[in-house]
Design a protein around this ligand. Structure first.
Ligand code: 13P
Length: 251
């Protein structure tokens, strides 16, 4: 089953209006000139979702949030509901990124609620999972991924409303990546878990992204793996040239 790759940029806590809009506009222009063989998505900080979505409207570049609350509305100072992102033009939201799990103590149960809230608002949830270095060194990678997958995926998840991103914590922002054999093993495991949870037809359509120090020089090799259906890119998504080169690697 052919899955159209998704190349997603997670800008994290980077960018003010001028540079964020310029970056998104540059990507939108490239897409118009030379449509890629992948879906392209940028996830700016929440403060820029509106401006970026307006700047790229109609270009084919999708826009997403980096987090949402698990409830639809209410007394949650500083939080953002999935419907608010949707209202600004977002089509996706990242949930359960390891930086959220670490910095904000988010549990898989909370991630599951966030993904369910995203679905209810009509957003595609990009559910992140991945092991720490100590967990990999302890031989627990597959067990950790299995537990996070089981705990973070809500009822009603489908390949249309959900994307999985495997991001080994120790590979994020470090320049280090697992070997292609290690990435292939984890992605195969996630596909197997999806088969059990969603059935084989749905699992075959589910997009599973790799994230963690993906860059132009290693993207082709990673994206060529059978069960790698795109990338979730941090640092290299902040430069139009690098992000575009990664998108081109998905051809
Ligand atoms: P880097 O590409 O900077 O390693 O970040 C990956 C990531 O966390 C994307 O969500």
């Amino acid at each position: 089953m052919a899955r159209r790759p998704l190349i997603a940029g997670n800008w994290k806590m980077n960018g003010l209006t001028a540079d964020g809009v310029a970056l998104a506009t540059a990507l939108a222009a490239r897409i118009r000139e030379n449509p890629p063989a992948a879906d392209l998505l940028v996830c700016p900080p929440a403060t820029l979702v509106d401006r970026v979505a307006r700047a790229v409207e109609g270009s084919g570049l999708a826009v997403g949030g980096q987090d949402c609350h698990g409830e639809r509305s209410g007394a949650h100072t500083g939080d953002i509901a999935a419907a608010m992102l949707k209202d600004l033009g977002a089509g996706y939201v990242i949930v359960g990124h390891s930086e959220r799990r670490t910095d904000h103590g988010e549990t898989s149960a909370q991630v599951r609620a966030k993904a369910a809230a995203a679905h209810a608002a009509g957003l595609v949830a990009i559910v992140c999972l991945g092991e720490t270095e100590a967990e990999r060194d302890g031989g627990r990678t597959l067990a950790v991924v299995e537990a996070q997958f089981g705990g973070s995926l809500p009822e009603g998840a489908t390949p249309e409303n959900t994307v999985i991103a495997y991001e080994p914590v120790w590979a994020i922002g470090t320049g280090r990546t697992p070997t292609t054999a290690e990435v292939a093993e984890v992605h195969r495991t996630i596909r197997d878990l999806a088969e059990k949870a969603l059935g084989s037809a749905a699992a075959a359509r589910l997009r599973i992204l790799y994230g963690g120090s993906m860059k132009p020089s290693n993207a082709k090799e990673l994206l060529a793996l059978t069960d790698v259906d795109g990338g979730l890119i941090g640092g290299a998504s902040l430069k139009a040239e690098d992000f575009w080169a990664i998108a081109e690697s998905a051809r």
